[in-house]
Write a protein that binds this ligand. Sequence first.
Ligand SMILES: [Zn+2]
Length: 390
Amino acid sequence: MAEAVEAVDRERSKLEKRLRSVKTSTISSLSELTSELTQLQESIRRNGDGEEMSCEQNNLLLQSLELVRDGVGKLSGEHKDIHGSISKVGRAIDRNFTSDIHVCSQDNVLDSPEQASMLNEVVYEHFLRQGQMAVAKCLIEEAGVVVDQAHHSQYVQLNCILEACKARNLSPALSWASKHRDALEAHNSQLEFKLHRLQFLSLLQAGDLRAALDYSKNLALYSTSFRKEVQQLMGCFLYISRGLGQSPYAELLHSRLWEEVCDDFMHEACAIHGLALNSHLAACLSVGCQALPSLLQIKAVMQQRQCPDMWISMNELPIDIDPGLKFQYHAVFACPILRQQCTAENPPMRLTCGHVISKEAINRLVAGIRLKCPYCPVEMTSDEPRQIYF
Ligand SMILES: [Zn+2]
């Protein structure tokens, strides 16, 4: 994949160079032509009323006309050449990326009305998650998505708070945080302190010392848990006249702090309200893009060996993909032997070798009191596996 991107990027940078050189030469030819024509115009303007153009002016006119004709011809030739370079980039994309990913898809997956409505729902959720309420509303109307009103308004509320944070208005986030203080504390969250810190810094930056001093009472709550940070904030008062930007605390003015607080807010709010942090659609798309190159390779091999229908009949991917930490969810554990989600009655058990399978799978595998791990050669007694908790 990286090579494909590089190959296209090489063509793109060639095109960019070409465009730059055409731009420079176009500007210089146009200004040459303009100055030629301006000279002619000036010279004609100097003629008296009713005076005919002199022979010299006539020659100049003819000369200019020829220059313009040549110049414009040259420019349009260069313009045509650019089209060639642009289509080269297009061809590089075609050559380096497989456009026909249809071979990896299953045609009938979205055929039934239930499946189609599930797809609409996941698209609707995505827009909701992205805060694109108008698009989500349009989808509800046009695709007839059935909406859980409470769920919808929760997202609307969170997005309003987030938008306000981005616009540097912290009041809605602060009142949300104070309402959910217990839950935030249970998560060891620093969100509320970070919000107060930014609010305090905003007042300082606005030069409202009185208000900043009053607001610092809100920070007193954190003088033990965030001792160093609170000391730094108090230290800021010393540098007001010189400007915080020139103080040892200049870092506190970085826009990164705002981005961080927006991220923290969404993280905590989704966890507290039981909402998914990542859009399911975005997660599927990202994992799908990662899996696609390997799938295309496998498909090609399968077709060569003439077993093209093999994986259509399978309900899972024929390869392991590593979607990265961002998409690791620990809330559930599926037993790799029974291929079922573990429950309180059938909990996950850790074998002495470190492999984890469900209790019921152990019951099925145990022979007498001996148990052999299904994944490695380690043997143990049936009372050795320990239950694990996620
Ligand atoms: Zn093992």
